[in-house]
Design a protein around this ligand. Structure first.
Ligand code: FAD
Length: 462
């Protein structure tokens, strides 16, 4: 087999040193961000590791399990997303109609939105719809879903008078998610979604959850219900102004619920989200791993790049390249066990990204450590991948197919994150996806081309 892969300009420095170099970091990337498809090897702090193969090749027809109808809808959705002016116009029209969607006079528009955007990105609203969509994903090989109730209390809507109701609405949404989930699935939660009292507390750096009894009770009620059903919880990362309190609340919750003896498949009940676009991200992870070790709990890590760049005035890497390097550098530490990861406590990792280069890099590191050419950190308890429903399906399916081809039992599982709720409740979620696609139209083109490739294959074969 031909050796394949990624060449780094220089070895990855320990992240401890990275801060000192942080101003230059963007201009002197430690990882060259390019696909794994050339000869040679990856340099890591632990030494050079070979690239064994292209982990999610497109030539294995990743989308062959998709129905013709799903492919055509995907083609339409990715074509709209690949065109920023079209996406912006469609979003403006949908937002303008949001409040009137339930009116009989707009039933045609609603049907149009349902059969395109809503069905493509969301799970549905009724138990039957949600269950059907989840079954469809499982039949394709997806290990499970990450359910996110789309109804959210935005900072602008939250008022003192709705304080109690907001917490109740939030808990009900969490319970609905747990109700629809099956053991092994996840629910995703935004702590700020619990309304004005949560927001007020979260805005104060390093506040404590137990400062608000009702809220604390709501969070524990959710954790216990999930634990009893074998469902896991991902806490979403939010704007930086809220994040230091989110982090400190989740660390306390993890200390209570993430006991090593209570893990399922190497995964604890709770995971926190780490945003690689934040300059502090590597140091924060290092600190949290240390605390996990000291306090004896499992650190659940969901690694993302970060979704709030347009509203963050400071603290974010200056370029996309620097964010990419930070993301891949952290992956390197977590999967190959360099420096701080090895010294920290137990941890599980969910690699949440649509970025092919990062996925291929991670896959290769996993392959290398599995084959004995590198060392998997002893304190790494599980690795999974996650993408959003309706996005980067060829990547999700490529990972599943590559693992099946390999015959490896311990290959990382792939999850799909998706919102549920009525069309109206899901509109804000859909708008965020649209905004993300405007920022990443090149990736939408890749998604569209993968769909086209599968359609072409079917047309030629028939
Ligand atoms: C399963 C899942 C769960 C998620 N949960 C969360 C969550 O809880 N909180 C959250 O914030 N996000 C979350 N996201 C979204 C995520 O943070 C990214 O916005 C999204 O996935 C796009 O990034 P990418 O890694 O897929 O790939 P890419 O498209 O390669 O990267 C795009 C990202 O790069 C970064 N970027 C782009 N341009 C620049 C620039 N000029 N300077 C610096 N950085 C730049 C931004 O973070 C941008 O979102 C989640 C994503 C997934 C797949």
């Amino acid at each position: 087999m031909r050796a394949r892969v990624i060449r780094l300009r220089r070895p990855i420095a320990p992240l401890v040193h990275r801060r000192a170099a942080s101003t230059a970091f963007g201009r002197h990337p430690e990882l060259e961000h390019k696909p794994i498809h050339e000869d040679t090897e990856i340099n890591t702090e632990a030494g050079k590791i070979p690239v064994l193969r292209s982990p999610c090749p497109l030539d294995i027809r990743p989308l062959d399990k998709f129905s013709n109808a799903e492919l055509l809808r995907g083609l339409l959705m990715h074509s709209v997303s690949a065109s920023p002016p079209l996406t912006t116009t469609a979003s403006a029209v949908i937002m303008g109609l949001e409040k009137h969607l339930e009116k009989p006079s707009l039933s045609v528009v609603k049907t149009l939105i349902d059969s395109t955007f809503y069905n493509h990105y969301c799970l549905g609203d009724t138990a039957e719809q949600i269950s059907r969509t989840i079954d469809g994903l499982r039949q394709k090989g997806i290990a499970g879903v990450i359910l996110s109730y789309a109804k959210e209390v935005t900072p602008a809507e939250a008022t003192e008078s709705t304080e109690f109701n907001d917490i109740q609405t939030w808990v009900k949404g969490n319970m609905r998610g747990i109700g629809h989930a099956r053991p092994g699935d996840y629910i995703a939660l935004k702590l700020s979604g619990a309304g004005i009292s949560a927001l007020r507390l979260l805005k104060r750096p390093d506040s404590k959850l137990n400062e608000h009894q009702e809220l604390e009770r709501a969070v524990h009620e959710t954790c216990n219900a999930a634990r009893n059903k074998g469902v896991r919880i991902l806490i979403d990362a939010e704007q930086q102004s809220l994040q230091s309190s989110v982090d400190s609340w989740v660390m306390e919750l993890m200390a209570k619920y993430n006991k090593p003896s209570e893990m399922r498949d190497g995964t604890p009940l709770l995971s926190n989200t780490y945003q690689a676009y934040r300059i502090v991200c590597p140091d924060l992870l290092k600190e949290h791993l240390k605390i996990a070790k000291e306090r004896g709990f499992v650190l659940g890590i969901k690694l993302v790049r970060g979704a709030y760049r347009s509203t963050e005035p400071y603290g974010i890497w200056g370029t996309k390249e620097a964010t990419d390097n930070c993301y891949d550098g952290i992956l390197n530490h977590l999967l190959c066990g360099d420096s701080y990861a090895k010294e920290g406590g137990l941890y599980s990792v969910m690699i949440a990204t649509h970025n092919r280069q990062s996925v291929e890099l991670a896959q290769n590191m996993i392959q290398v450590t599995r084959s004995g050419l590198g060392t998997r950190p002893a304190n790494l308890t599980s690795v999974t991948f996650a993408q959003l429903q309706g996005m980067a399906d060829e990547l999700s399916m490529g990972l599943i197919k590559a693992a099946a081809k390999d015959g490896s039992q311990d290959a990382p599982k792939v999850y799909k994150y998706a919102a549920f709720g009525t069309t109206r409740e899901c509109i804000k979620y859909l708008m965020r996806r649209a905004q993300e696609n405007v920022d990443a139209s090149a990736r939408s083109k890749e998604n569209r081309d993968a769909v086209l490739q599968e359609i072409k294959h079917r047309v030629i074969r028939d």
